[in-house]
Design a protein around this ligand. Structure first.
Ligand SMILES: Cc1cc2nc3c(=O)[nH]c(=O)nc-3n(C[C@H](O)[C@H](O)[C@H](O)COP(=O)(O)OP(=O)(O)OC[C@H]3O[C@@H](n4cnc5c(N)ncnc54)[C@H](O)[C@@H]3O)c2cc1C
Length: 703
């Protein structure tokens, strides 16, 4: 019985040969990858149930549809899914739902993506018991469809500048949602324009209109800015939003708070009076999500529509502050841990596609006149792909760790304990930035490693790339995330300087920490290099900043003047965390053959990431050129060791063809005939195409 359990008669022979080389049982690695036998079993059960339901499949490849058709088709699948999903899955189990959504919807999103990722979790974490009773079940059943509306046209990153207000009106026990009229910022914005007494919405440049607050130059129009946003699902699909707005009571601003706001009539889907809402148009990727704009004016909601788990407003207007000022950050933490998991899935899919294809594709010869080789045999191909393969396992491990930390933090917060919130918040910022950036880079390498066919939508790699890279911006723009982590590191460096105690995650600043406990000497040595780099980068940025301060520059400016160094420090800190967790994971694997594979992946990961920061290793004479060359050699050794197992490793992700949606990544390896079949489905292969009939034929015709 071969160790690779994905072999079937009739498969492409090169792929079958690869599978016979496996040195480990793919079932065992699949169990480790999916976090245990039970989870893998459940996943397969879910997949079988989906297989029985043809109405959940793509009817034709999505790439052959227009955006409107794509959204219609994912909505069809969504409705069918919501009607049957509870028959075969636990809808409250996050991992189940992630797997189902990936299988049925694909990675270009769907109108309820933000509903599941942000809206429902926000209700769960920020609504009080009575509100949960009233709204949550309807939200889970899809009777209420929501999104998370935070970003404004003028401000995404700088939340403190968000201008939307929710003003408490004691006399009616309501909040009035509105936007103050002026800001000097230039942006494309919606205006409520009053022309000859008639109010309507206009789109225009705010600065053109602004001469005095709210007034057009000629004084004929009273122009009032609306807040505009682009949350997912808002364009056409949502009935409700969680709106993030400034809470105002008796003229006092209590800062940003979340509000549960109905925006469309649930029967007619028309916007409610006082609201303008619509789709923002197509984007680089995730085009099955209808991101939208939203504008309101003096729009009223009941007082109890403010989410009141953490802060409260009573009927008489008295305000109760949350036990911890950042208690509402829990949704952000939760979403970021989810994001890391999603990114590891996207990367796993890209690796499966590219590595299988690289085993099937033969191109060129290593020695002229010999047989054409599988492109996977080229060292350069392995160097492009295998570090990404190692990153999949590193990120899965990091996602599991941070998700467990988030759950425990949310529990602690509910008991009034916010001790770990700052550490975890900073870490989640770094992880979000590093993982989304590196995953999208590795996916693009996987795409390029497939040559021309990788550029085709038939590979599914373009969708994987655009979905992955979008996450570099949403949920906190990456550079800004790194700088948030950097501020935390700056405080830690200050503590170190003052001789104060350091929390475990930054203990390495004070010298070699006891965080490295892998039981593997080789890993321990490599991890101490990571610590060295992180410590060096943090302390370097810190000293530069202090030096400026000593020349009279204020700390904020001194920090800003060295923000590139600080961002580098934040990356190194995050990479250290990921590396520690990944190396420690090896010890928990009981199967010897799987542990061997895992050990090689960790070795590759550690050496590759260190080489990405090689300049820090030789600076100050920490390592010699010869030591660094040794790391390089170690990478090439790891590539060689992984090569025979590469296809079996990606098989162990246990992704089915329906889920992969890739002609290049098919399990059976029959790429070429299916690329031809895929192309036949292109709508451009019909007769009498308008562009030919109207424009080309008249040019070429001799009749
Ligand atoms: C696919 C997608 C989906 C989205 N979905 C949603 C959604 O559902 N709901 C929602 O509310 N929003 C959503 N957004 C918006 C997203 O959250 C914002 O785009 C993001 O927060 C960045 O804000 P911004 O666009 O205003 O960029 P800006 O903040 O203007 O950033 C522009 C540039 O300035 C730099 N910069 C900004 N501030 C600083 C600083 N302090 N220091 C150094 N550099 C800085 C940034 O690094 C960046 O390079 C989505 C965005 C995308 C791309």
């Amino acid at each position: 019985m071969p160790l690779n359990k994905y072999i079937q008669d009739g498969d492409n022979q090169d792929l079958t040969n690869e599978r016979f080389k496996a040195t480990f049982d793919t079932e065992h690695l699949a169990t480790v990858y999916h976090g245990g036998e039970e989870k893998l079993k459940k996943l397969r059960h879910i997949r079988n149930e989906i297989t029985k339901r043809g109405h959940l499949f793509d009817s034709i490849p999505s790439a052959h549809r227009t955006r409107a058709e794509k959204i219609e088709d994912v909505s069809r699948k969504l409705k069918n899914l919501m009607e049957t999903v509870s028959d075969f899955a636990d809808v409250t189990d996050n991992l189940d739902m992630v797997a189902i959504i990936r299988d049925v919807m694909g990675v270009d999103g769907f109108p309820l993506a933000l509903h599941t990722l942000m809206f429902v979790p926000t209700l769960q974490n920020q609504a009080d018991d009575e509100q949960i009773e009233e709204w949550l079940m309807e939200a889970i059943q899809g009777k209420i469809i929501g999104t998370y509306a935070q970003t404004e046209l003028g401000h995404g990153t700088n939340l403190s500048a968000i201008e939307t207000t929710a003003t408490f009106d004691k006399s009616t026990d309501e909040f009035v949602i509105h936007t103050p009229t002026t800001t000097a910022t230039k942006w494309l914005v919606f205006f409520k324009v009053t022309i000859n007494g008639v109010q309507k919405l206009e789109f225009g440049r705010h600065d053109v209109f602004r001469t005095a607050p709210g007034h057009f130059a000629a004084g004929r129009f009273a122009a009032e800015t609306f807040r505009s946003r682009w949350p997912g699902g808002l364009g056409t699909s949502c009935t409700h939003v969680v709106l993030v707005a400034n809470l105002i009571i008796d003229l006092k601003n209590y800062g940003l708070h979340p509000f549960f706001v109905p925006i469309r009539d649930r029967n007619t889907y028309l916007p409610l009076s006082g609201i303008s809402v619509g789709d923002i148009g197509s984007k680089m990727g995730v085009n099955c999500v209808d991101n939208g704009f939203l504008a309101f004016v003096n729009y009223r909601i009941p007082r109890r529509n403010m989410l009141m788990k953490h802060s409260k407003v009573s009927k008489d207007g008295s305000y109760t502050a949350p036990p911890h000022p950042k208690a509402a950050y829990t949704t952000m933490l939760y979403v970021r841990s989810e994001l890391i998991l999603h990114q590891s899935c996207y990367l796993a899919m890209a690796m499966a596609i590219s590595i299988r294809y690289s085993a099937v594709r033969r191109q060129g010869e290593i020695k002229a006149g010999t047989q054409e080789v599988q492109i996977l045999d080229y060292q350069t191909q392995q160097y492009r792909l295998f570090p990404g393969l190692a990153r999949v396992f590193a990120y899965v491990t990091a996602a599991a760790t941070v998700s467990a930390m988030t759950e425990s933090c949310i529990k602690d917060l509910s008991h009034g304990n916010s001790d770990v919130l700052a550490d975890l918040h900073a870490l989640s910022c770094g992880l979000k930035a590093v993982v989304t950036h590196q995953a999208s880079q590795s996916i693009d390498q996987a795409r390029q490693a497939c040559g021309g066919h990788g550029y085709s939508d038939a590979s599914y790699l373009p969708s994987l790339y655009t979905s992955s890279v979008g996450a570099c911006t949403y949920e906190g723009e990456n550079m800004v995330m790194l700088l948030q982590l950097a501020r935390y590191l700056m405080k830690a460096a200050t503590k170190k300087d003052e001789g104060a105690a350091l929390t475990p995650l930054v203990a390495y600043l004070g010298g070699k920490s006891d965080q490295i406990s892998t039981g593997n000497d080789k890993f321990a040595k490599l991890l101490s290099h990571f610590e060295h780099i992180a410590r060096r980068r943090v302390m370097h940025a810190y000293r530069q900043m202090i030096e400026e301060e000593q020349h009279g520059v204020e700390r904020d400016y001194a920090f800003a003047n060295h923000s590139v160094d600080w961002a580098k420090a934040a990356r190194a800190h995050t990479k250290l965390f990921i590396a520690n967790g990944f190396a420690a994971r090896v010890q928990t694997i009981s199967d010897d053959a799987v542990r061997d594979v895992f050990t090689t992946l960790v070795e590759l990961y550690l050496c590759y990431e260190l080489m990405e920061m090689a300049a820090d290793l030789t600076a100050d004479g920490y390592l010699s050129e010869a030591d660094v060359q040794q790391l390089r050699v170690q990478i090439y050794e790891s590539l060689k060791k992984i090569r025979p197992n590469a296809v079996s490793i990606v098989d162990s992700f246990d992704l089915c063809d329906r889920e992969l949606r890739s002609v290049l990544g098919r399990r059976d390896g029959h790429v070429y005939e299916n690329l031809y079949k895929w192309a036949q489905l292109s709508p451009l292969n019909q007769k009498n195409l308008p562009h030919v009939e109207k424009y080309l034929k008249p040019m070429t015709s001799k009749l």
